[in-house]
Ligand binder design. Structure first.
Ligand code: NDP
Length: 289
């Protein structure tokens, strides 16, 4: 029987997952089709119920549904529960299991592509949404010495700190309002800066909130945004002598971890990277014509 997978989000025009997941499935000659399943909030419950169907293996979940699907799961993995967000659903005999592979995706890219070990290091995280929660959870688990979370809405940053604070161990986790004085107070001591806001992504009018003049040579500037491949933040950080890392490796690694949960097979990473880069370039070409 032909099996189905898909990504649930809204809107989904820019999602790269259908391109690189299908390329991986085809490469391994699996009889599985991966589709985009655009789902507005009022259709989420029906969509998730449909995942219990016999031919459905599961789904990815993206903006804006990662938090909303969590209570709809029959089982939630420990990391997903900690983060408070599910990005991967597996249908096992009509029971839905929720996972969060953003955490492993982020940490793998940080280590393998950024060459950065977080233990004992000082980090500034811009943003406090679902992406930031996965980032902070991963960094705490890896033993970061301090994490400062700076977000436009301070109450959301405070909520993140409240939920993840119990996992900080000996590390320090705090929230700061999005003011220049906050940035000045933490950037001087920072080894890693992670942008987890949506600013800088294609089609997003507003500029990055991160004060470029505080970026120093030697720090790693990691932008979760993957479209465009080189964001304005990355370009300015590079000019100022910092090392930079974009969001594409994290996207592919989180997708590879999802792929392995659904299929039980090792994900063909090279195939996934090629397809993701191809889809990104195609999106840019379409945007220009
Ligand atoms: P959310 O919608 O959960 O959070 C958005 C964040 O961006 C919030 O902190 C929000 O602040 C902030 N923000 C939005 N607009 C502005 C603005 N104009 N000025 C300042 N801050 C702003 O999204 P996610 O956390 O899921 O995703 C955030 C970004 O990270 C997206 O670009 C997404 O594509 C990317 N991402 C990439 C991944 C990858 O695999 N590479 C994985 C996950 C995310 P506030 O709370 O004040 O609204």
């Amino acid at each position: 029987m032909l099996k189905h997978l898909g990504v649930i989000g809204y809107p989904l025009e820019r999602s790269l997952s259908p391109a690189f997941q299908q390329a991986a499935l085809d490469h391994l000659q699996l009889d599985i089709v991966y589709q985009a399943w655009p789902t507005p909030p009022d259709g989420l419950r029906t969509r998730v119920s449909g995942l219990r169907g016999e031919s459905v293996l599961g789904a990815n979940v993206t903006i804006p549904h990662k938090e909303a699907v969590l209570p709809m799961m029959d089982e939630v993995d420990e990391i997903a529960a900690r983060v408070g967000a599910v990005n991967t659903i597996v249908n096992r005999e009509r029971r839905l299991h929720g996972y969060n592979t953003d955490v492993v995706g982020f940490m793998r890219a940080l280590r393998e592509d950024g060459g950065f070990e977080a233990v004992g290091r000082r980090v500034v995280v811009a943003g406090a949404g679902g992406g930031a929660r996965a980032v902070v959870a991963g960094l705490l688990e890896a033993g970061a010495a301090s994490i400062a979370v700076i977000n436009r809405s301070l109450s959301r940053a405070n909520r993140l700190v409240e939920t993840l604070g119990p996992y900080a161990g000996d590390g320090e986790l705090r929230s700061l309002p999005e003011m220049y004085a906050s940035w000045e107070a933490v950037m001087d001591e920072c080894d890693l800066l992670v942008n987890c806001t949506s600013t800088g992504s294609a089609g997003f009018e507003e500029e990055s909130v991160i004060p470029a003049d505080l970026i120093r040579p030697g720090m790693l500037v990691y932008d979760l945004v993957y479209h465009p491949a080189e964001t304005a933040l990355m370009a300015v950080a590079r000019e100022r002598g910092a090392r930079v890392l974009g969001g594409l490796p994290m996207l592919v690694y989180q997708g590879a971890a999802s792929f392995e949960l659904w299929t039980g097979k090792e994900a063909p990473l090279d195939v996934m990277f090629d397809a993701a880069r191809g889809a990104l370039a195609e999106g840019d070409r379409k945007a220009r014509v």
